[in-house]
Design a protein around this ligand. Structure first.
Ligand SMILES: Cc1ncc(COP(=O)(O)O)c(C=O)c1O
Length: 383
């Protein structure tokens, strides 16, 4: 199958048309071996030595994700955080990095603590404003600009093409956390990004049963080789069975993402202007930040993630989450079941999440059931 001429739905459904040449199986085996035989003349012609560095269990998922992103190479990691931190660990002490003020909170914590203590100069800025990026970038000193779009938990949108141009003019790389958009909706590499990161835990796997991460590069480079070494030497390596589950989950990515995005759009429109809702945050709403940019760089939907701000403040928001029945009150996102959480309770002190904000991950259930459940939870919270 030629990934350049084949529709992404077909790439995903058929896992690039992969079959096991030896057994004719159309799903891959689970490779569990941790080590590989040396050749009689002391070489390793298979290219595989030890499964911390490399594992045939990764091949299919890496190839499918790489094809969907239009990249040069993909690398699986043991979690989204292992993938994201590898991007920064491959930099050098003293390197200047721009990252958004609004982003996945655990990575922001790591950047402001470990990464800073290890010598990276991290500066958090308003990444939704190309003018702010331009003002903050230090030519020659800034080595990386990190973008998350749409960004947790306000779903703010960053213009990837404009930001890539500013980063490149300053000699910096652009890396994009595209977990929420998925490659079905946005292909950051085609817009100029150098590296794409996904918490594969979310939509790529899609069933809330695997923790995994992935990086995809636009091209090979010394920097990418350092990223490869971080995976092999630091050892944030995915397990074989998790890689197999991820490859299976990917086969329905297009169906799940399309269904979740269509339902999220309906839910956003339904609760926009609702008597018990102060605000709906969703890039698919014309009233929301970044809608015009989102229309240009998100195709076929605006993702399955939105937030609603409950009228009545924090207590009302927590009461809504406590009263849903179909929406499961849990953290995470991108699974087939819909989740709700009071975000400030998870993120703790210093969160940019308003105290009345509920983060919603829309699954693939019937959308009218989801709307009805949210209606009754809102009503119950105000009783
Ligand atoms: C946007 C985003 N990036 C990164 C991560 C980290 O992924 P993981 O939990 O697999 O380490 C998450 C997890 O919630 C996320 O939502």
């Amino acid at each position: 199958m030629n990934p350049k001429t084949t529709h992404p739905d077909t790439i995903a459904a058929q896992a690039l048309g992969w079959v096991d040449e030896r057994t004719r199986a159309i799903t891959p085996p689970v490779h569990v071996s941790t080590t590989y035989l040396r050749d009689p003349d002391n070489q390793y012609r298979s290219g595989r030595v030890y499964a911390r560095a490399d594992n045939p269990a990764f091949d299919q998922a890496e190839a499918v994700i790489n094809a969907l992103e239009g990249g040069h190479q993909a690398l699986l990691f043991a979690s989204g955080m292992a993938a994201a931190t590898a991007v920064f660990q491959a930099l050098k002490p003293g390197d200047h990095v721009l990252a958004p003020k609004v982003m996945y909170w655990s990575l922001r914590n790591w950047l402001m603590n470990f990464a800073t203590e290890w010598g990276l100069k991290i500066e958090l800025i308003d990444m939704t404003s190309p003018a702010a990026v331009k003002a903050a970038v230090q030519p020659g000193k800034t080595k990386l600009v990190w973008v998350e779009t749409p960004a947790n938990p306000l779903w703010t949108v960053t213009d990837i093409r404009a930001t890539a141009q500013i980063a490149h003019e300053a000699g910096a790389l652009l890396a994009v956390d595209s977990t929420v958009a998925t490659p079905l909706i946005t292909q950051p590499l085609a817009l100029g990004a150098d590296v794409v990161m996904h918490a594969a835990t979310k939509y790529l796997n899609g069933h809330s049963d695997v923790i995994a991460g992935v990086l995809v590069t636009r091209e090979d480079s010394d920097y990418w080789q350092r990223v490869r070494k971080v995976r092999a030497q630091v050892g944030g390596t995915l397990g074989s069975f998790e890689a197999w589950l991820l490859a299976r989950g990917l086969r329905t990515l297009h169906l799940r993402v399309r269904a979740a995005s269509a339902s999220a759009q309906r839910i956003a429109e339904h609760f926009h202007g609702h008597a018990l809702v102060a605000e709906v945050l969703y890039p698919g709403l014309p009233s929301c930040q970044g809608h015009e940019v989102a229309k240009a760089q998100m195709k076929g939907g605006f993702s399955g993630m939105l937030s609603i701000r409950a009228k009545g403040g924090e207590a009302a928001a927590i009461a809504v989450a406590a009263n849903t029945q179909l929406w499961k009150r849990a953290t995470s996102l991108g699974g087939v079941e819909s989740l709700i959480e009071h975000r400030a309770s998870v993120e703790g002190a210093g969160t940019p999440a308003p105290l009345d904000l509920l983060r919603l991950s829309v699954g693939v259930e019937d959308v009218d059931d989801l709307i009805a459940d949210m209606e009754q939870a809102l009503a119950a919270a105000h009783r």
